[in-house]
Design a binder for this molecule. Structure first.
Ligand code: G
Ligand code: G
Ligand code: MN
Length: 395
């Protein structure tokens, strides 16, 4: 395998030398830029595997905030190490901005640091980096090196177990599991998202059949990337797969993030409508983090709304979150949607959501996402014969 490319952006010769030496020693191929402007203008051609950004750029050049803004807008997922010789506070604030923009910040470093310190941080990134290789992903899809985890959902009023969300994990043989946040965007950019999602759908349909044969009457919810919403043939393909397995589309829900629909890729309304007309359910995921207009909400054929976990985690102690959740519940119910709270982590949050009339709960309190064998154990331990969830059952 050829060395991974490492882009170093720093105006300091001293720092640059130290980083380059350590990078070469660790099998990276470093290349240098000394101007943020140069980086922005030629970024599309550069596409490094890893970037080190020195946020203390020279006067007259663009500053760290502008640079992060630019990468945020470009939805850059390249791992970034932030570096500053300024104080901790500035680096902390910039890191916060970067996280808000969903940039992939993997380390923060305050200069001065030793070559050893840097090499150590670099070695920690290797795992992350090996993830973002298109050929690896393509071969993982061909060889089915993925597994599905299932996260249970319960109906709040009755406390009955009603369904599971399907979450993919990449499992390279003999290595650590890789989480979707580390490969979904690569799958999207490379077009591999379609074959990957078809695998997820087939596998989860097979598991749904298995649940049925065990008398488990569950719904499954599969996440769909916005990229698939411009593929007008996708609904037919999914219906074909469901029919092939004798599954009723009503048992299958597709979750689409709010940002996916508000970006309005071509055909999105048609694809969603066709899925609905074929009998599948549709859920608007991570609601509250995108920018749906009310017109879109009214127009798009969803049956369910999932309130983003950032509003639910800690809801019991944050008045602002309570107000937001109340408003979302009101809006969603008025539009005739089923409301799901994601990120329910404790009993207090669940009882508050019960009071607020939320319909469905999902979160670590009930269970994290589990491989199917663990899900069976969870079922035995936590679900009564009448299907109600038994939260306080001791082992
Ligand atoms: O399980 P975890 O919290 O790591 O999931 C992180 C994100 O990955 C979630 O937002 C989830 O929607 C997304 N994700 C998980 N599985 C799939 C999948 O099969 N397809 C797509 N497009 N996204 C998925
Ligand atoms: O974006 P999407 O809603 O598809 O992401 C679902 C992800 O949220 C799952 O991958 C799961 O790991 C994560 N998740 C689910 N429940 C909880 C929870 O109670 N707390 C936290 N922190 N994360 C959760
Ligand atoms: Mn989801």
């Amino acid at each position: 395998m050829t060395g991974k490319s490492l882009l170093i952006l720093t105006a300091s010769e001293e720092i640059s030398l130290l980083l380059q030496k350590a990078a070469v020693k660790n099998g990276f191929v470093p290349f240098l830029l000394t101007s943020g402007l140069g980086l922005i203008s030629s970024f599309d051609n550069i596409k490094p595997d890893l970037m080190i950004l020195d946020l203390d750029l020279e006067v007259g050049d663009i500053d760290g905030v502008e640079l992060l803004n630019h990468f945020g807008k470009a939805q850059c997922k390249i791992p970034i190490m932030l570096l500053s010789a300024g104080d901790h506070k500035i680096l902390f604030s910039l890191n916060y901005i970067a996280l808000e923009k969903k940039l992939n910040i993997i380390a923060n470093m305050i200069y001065p640091f030793s070559a050893e310190e840097f090499e150590y941080k670099l070695s920690l990134t290797k795992h992350n980096l090996s993830v973002i290789d298109v050929e690896d992903l393509a071969s993982a899809i061909e060889n089915k090196h993925f597994i599905l985890h299932y996260q249970p959902k319960i109906e709040i009023k009755t406390k009955k177990w009603i369904g599971v969300e399907v979450l993919i994990r990449w499992q390279p043989p003999g290595q650590r599991i890789i989480m979707p946040d580390d490969f979904i965007s690569l799958a999207e950019e490379s077009g591999l998202i379609l074959p990957m999602t078809i695998w997820v759908i087939k596998q989860s349909f097979e598991d749904l059949l298995r649940f049925q044969s065990e008398n488990l009457n569950l719904k499954i919810a599969v996440n769909l990337s916005s990229k698939l919403l411009s593929d007008i043939g996708f609904p037919d393909e999914v219906l074909r797969l469901a029919k092939e397995m004798n599954l009723n589309p009503e048992q299958i829900c597709f979750e689409v993030t709010e940002s996916a629909t508000s970006k309005q890729p071509e055909n999105v309304l048609e694809v969603l409508l066709r899925l609905r007309l074929k009998g599948f359910s549709l859920s608007i995921d991570d609601f509250g983090t995108g920018y749906s207009s009310l017109v879109e909400l009214q127009r798009l054929p969803f049956n369910e709304m999932k309130i983003d976990k950032s509003f639910i985690m800690g809801i019991e102690s944050t008045e602002m979150n309570q107000s937001i959740v109340k408003a979302i519940l009101y809006l969603g119910h008025t539009l005739g949607l089923t409301l799901v709270a994601e990120g329910v982590e404790n009993v207090e949050a669940l009882s508050l959501l019960t009071e607020l009339n939320c319909d469905v709960a999902q979160g670590y309190l009930i269970s994290p996402a589990l491989p199917i064998d663990e899900l069976r154990k969870w079922h035995k331990k936590n679900i009564a014969d009448d299907f109600t969830w038994k939260p306080f059952e001791s082992v």
